[in-house]
Write a protein that binds this ligand. Structure first.
Ligand SMILES: [Zn+2]
Length: 98
């Protein structure tokens, strides 16, 4: 990770989380910002070790749930879950968008 303090990393994650959630379902010109933000969320989650970690277990999500990547948003997030692949789902395990 960069030479950032834990507080700077948390601020970076907060910004990345806001961008990732703000670009969900938006026009394609925001795709680069969304992909970058999700990548930052995944790396910071690995580094801090305090990601939400929720798995999408909805029946319409193909494959075994344990093979799907977990939510990379902060553990105390509100709104939909989001994995490192950009797949999001709501808290009732129902997919909201991809
Ligand atoms: Zn989550």
């Amino acid at each position: 990770m960069l030479d950032l303090t834990p507080e700077e990393v948390r601020r970076l994650r907060e910004l990345a989380d806001q961008i990732a959630m703000g670009t969900q379902g938006r026009p394609c010109w925001l795709t680069g910002a969304r992909v970058t933000s999700i990548g930052i969320l995944a790396r910071v989650s690995d580094w801090l070790g305090d990601a939400c970690g929720h798995l999408d277990t909805s029946p319409d999500r193909p494959g075994p749930a344990l093979l799907n990547p977990p939510c990379v948003r902060p553990a105390d997030h509100t709104g939909p879950h989001l994995d490192a692949d950009g797949h999001s789902w709501d808290n009732q395990d129902r997919e909201t968008s991809q």
